[in-house]
Design a protein around this ligand. Structure first.
Ligand code: ZN
Ligand code: ZN
Length: 382
């Protein structure tokens, strides 16, 4: 336990203790690269258990090997850089050791005959998404912070990482659940003319239309989650974070994820879009939702009028009076303009984040149960 608690202390050490050039960032990235490499190696050892069948060709193909080498090499280089610069040696040493173990395992990897088996966790999905997103956002938040005083590993970061992990693991269950409404529409309505019309459009146009259509649905679902008290109890979990960053967006109640995905899947899977367009949209959304929650302070000028930016969505998470029940859109602020919920002051960021009254408990399981709990009088506890 000594090593783990030391690691954790280094990860969470206050910002003033780790200026640029102290080796902290390279140590963190080294550890991230090493863990990514290790997980990829483990997946390649047991492809039947850990990967989704659709993604297996990617793992067994040449690109994954190249990517794995790149990641492991990054782990080594960053660990060395950090050791040269560093006061944060536990990070660098752990990164180095994990890189070595992963490399040894990679060279000793057994050959697998491709076989069909049904047990898989979607772990590959988790790794590719979460760690790549981490790779991208940790340095960006470090170099261009909206709130410079906020640390990368702020309070409750493990809890939000757990949200990330779990919802990515459960992607199979969720995609099954969330296809139900779309399947229902496909089965009971004949919109083959619309489908043919959309299928004839260009790829780029299809992606834009998917974004517009899903964001329209998302706007109203999101607004409903704020409007009806029974639904708000679920959505309050998402709003309970008091520090905004790329990881914060992952905190979302399972029920809300299922409802949101199920209803946005309706326009996505019924209107006849190309599978490639849908996949592109899903990729964009994954990065985009981390982006709008992130602690990145870039200024976007007039773009802010057309596309949702971190500042726009941060206002949605604000707990100040003027920040209540505004900015529901996830991609296009125009929906908030149209429906009268748009709020974006010139350049300011909100003062505070979180739920007014702050009644949401901490920890995944307490938060999971929170919407179902009632107080002694039998009315929802506010
Ligand atoms: Zn909300
Ligand atoms: Zn949010």
């Amino acid at each position: 336990m000594g090593v783990l608690s030391r690691l954790r202390r280094e990860l969470e050490s206050p910002r003033s203790d780790r200026p640029l050039g102290s080796g902290w960032l390279s140590g963190c990235l080294s550890l991230l690269a090493a863990l990514t490499g290790l997980l990829i190696v483990v997946i390649r050892w047991y492809p039947q258990t850990f990967t989704m069948p659709e993604l297996q060709p990617i793992h067994q193909g040449g690109y994954m090997v190249l990517f794995l080498r790149f990641v492991l090499l990054s782990g080594y280089v960053l660990a060395l850089l950090s050791l040269i610069l560093s006061r944060y040696r536990a990070l660098a040493w752990t990164g180095l050791i994990v890189s070595v173990i992963a490399s040894l395992m990679a060279t000793a990897q057994p050959e697998h005959a491709p076989g069909a088996q049904s047990l898989y966790f979607g772990l590959d999905y988790f790794i590719v998404n979460v760690l790549l997103v981490g790779f991208l956002f940790v340095p960006l938040e470090r170099f261009f912070p909206a709130r410079p005083e906020q640390t990368v590993f702020r309070a409750d970061w493990q809890e939000d990482m757990f949200y990330y992990l779990l919802s990515s693991m459960l992607v199979q269950v969720l995609s099954f659940l969330s296809m139900a409404p779309a399947n229902f529409v496909n089965l009971h309505f004949d919109i083959s003319e619309t489908q043919a019309y959309i299928a004839g459009m260009s790829f780029a146009l299809q992606v834009v239309i998917i974004m517009m259509a899903t964001d329209f649905v998302e706007y109203w679902v999101h607004r409903a989650f704020h409007t009806f008290p029974a639904l708000w109890r679920f959505h309050a979990i998402h709003h309970s974070t008091k520090k905004m960053d790329w990881l914060a967006g992952a905190r979302m109640h399972f029920v809300e994820i299922a409802v949101l995905r199920g209803l946005t899947a309706v326009p996505m899977f019924t209107l006849g879009f190309l599978p490639e367009a849908i996949q592109t949209y899903l990729l964009i959304v994954y990065f985009y939702s981390s982006f709008i929650h992130s602690n990145i302070g870039w200024r976007f000028g007039f773009i802010e009028r057309f596309l949702v930016t971190p500042r726009f969505h941060h206002w949605h998470h604000g707990s100040d009076r003027e920040a209540i029940d505004i900015n529901y859109a996830s991609h296009f602020p125009i929906y908030d303009w149209l429906f009268g919920t748009h709020y974006l002051p010139e350049t300011a960021w909100p003062e505070n984040y979180g739920v007014v009254g702050d009644n949401v408990p901490r920890g995944y399981w307490k938060q999971f149960l929170h919407p179902f709990r009632r107080d002694r009088k039998g009315v929802p506890a506010e």
